[in-house]
Design a protein around this ligand. Structure first.
Ligand code: GLY
Length: 388
């Protein structure tokens, strides 16, 4: 449901005003950085700053839906931190943590829909525009907030991506709690129902099995077991502060019932997320395989670099996916793709857009500015819906 926040309430409770925010410590801990070029430190990365921009946070629609029992949604949290001077990556990750930890959200983190063996395996990556640093984890088990582990990969290692058991060991060594099982009652029940419906099909030939699994997916969506937008799951969240510093994060439990070990687009730099601190950010939700084939977030950021508006840059990315989707099993009768994929695009001026292969009442994105958070319809490339 679209949700609007009373502007006065939001500004008072969330940000306390941008001007004041630049001068106050972030959450009483970290002194806010003054709005001036950052000092160039010895061996560290050069931090690129630019003239003032209106801060914005953009995310998938679940960024404005879940509160994990608290009072603010993910985008509200991220925006208020940016307004108070926090590092933009710290802010967008704190925003998605709310969604990762919410047991009601079945597409991300704790309680995400499990793989075909009933095990929740999570993927995430993050990029810090000004520092030009990135980190990711894939197929990690037992950690509720893979986005924070991805940030540790960025901050504490020379690597960009750590997967599977190695990712879990790394998280343990970094002090993360490792749980034996990230299923909630809700995600476990949905998996049992999926197993019940698909088990007799495991002995079919691969093509028939794929078709049968697809049929069960559609039935389970129609019967209310899973949200149609949660089949591929994911939250992407990108932000820009008044200095024009851009960061982004994507985190997911991945495709429901995936083959164990399957990694989607979310943790892959250039696919589930790409940030160029001088240009903009793009991230995605939806069918990861289609995105991986085209590295579409990278493509979209390159389109921003050519001067395209975020909406046009995103639509160009979707056209590339459509052009490269030629397998019959992935096409509707009219030749259009039979899946949805959405991109959230933000440029260095603070302009943004949410674009989708197909629109529809549940195909939205969310944005948070000093006016508060709102959920908006995505701009579709194609008419109709993915699964008709
Ligand atoms: N976009 C999430 C996934 O395909 O895993």
């Amino acid at each position: 449901m679209p949700r609007k926040v009373n502007r006065r309430q939001f500004v008072i409770s969330g940000t306390a005003g941008l001007a004041a925010a630049a001068a106050v410590p972030a959450f009483g801990q970290t002194p806010a950085r003054a709005p001036q070029p950052a000092p160039q430190t010895g061996g560290g990365p050069t931090i690129v700053t630019r003239s003032r921009v209106k801060p914005v946070v953009i995310a998938s629609a679940n960024g404005n839906r879940f509160k994990n029992g608290g009072t603010v949604t993910g985008v509200e949290k991220a925006f208020s931190m940016i307004a108070r001077g926090s590092d933009v990556l710290d802010a967008v990750i704190a925003g998605v943590n709310i969604v990762e930890l919410d047991p009601e959200e079945t597409s991300v983190g704790y309680g995400g829909l499990p793989n075909a063996d009933g095990v929740v395996q999570l993927d995430s990556c993050c990029m810090h525009g000004p520092k030009k640093r990135a980190g990711g984890v894939a197929a990690i088990e037992g950690v509720k907030t893979p986005s924070l582990v991805a940030q540790k990969v960025m901050d504490e290692t020379d690597h960009h991506l750590i997967v599977g058991r190695g990712a879990q060991d790394f998280a343990r060594n970094m002090g993360f709690e490792i749980l034996p099982d990230l299923n909630t009652e809700r995600s476990r029940k949905a998996w049992i129902e999926w197993k019940r419906r698909t088990d007799p099909l495991h002995y079919l030939d691969p093509i028939k099995r794929q078709a049968a699994i697809r049929r069960v997916e559609l039935e389970m969506i129609a019967d209310g077991w899973i949200d149609e937008n949660h089949f591929y799951g994911t939250i992407n969240c990108d932000g820009i502060n008044a200095k024009g510093e851009i960061c982004g994060v994507t985190t997911t439990s991945g495709m429901a019932w995936k083959i164990p070990g399957r990694v989607g687009d979310s943790p892959i730099l250039g696919a589930g997320l790409y940030v160029d601190g001088d240009v903009g950010a793009a991230g995605s939700t939806g069918r990861g395989e289609a995105n991986l084939y085209n590295l579409t977030s990278y493509l979209i950021v390159e389109n921003l670099r050519r001067g395209l508006h975020p909406k046009d840059a995103g639509l160009e990315g979707l056209k590339r996916i459509k052009a490269n989707t030629i397998e019959k099993r992935l096409l509707k009768e009219n030749g259009d793709p039979n899946f949805n994929i959405i991109f959230y695009v933000l440029n260095a001026k603070g302009e943004y857009a949410g674009v989708a292969m197909f629109g529809g009442p549940n195909v939205n994105y969310t944005v948070c500015t000093e006016q508060g958070a709102q959920t908006l319809p995505c701009e579709p490339l194609l008419q109709g819906i993915a699964m008709d």
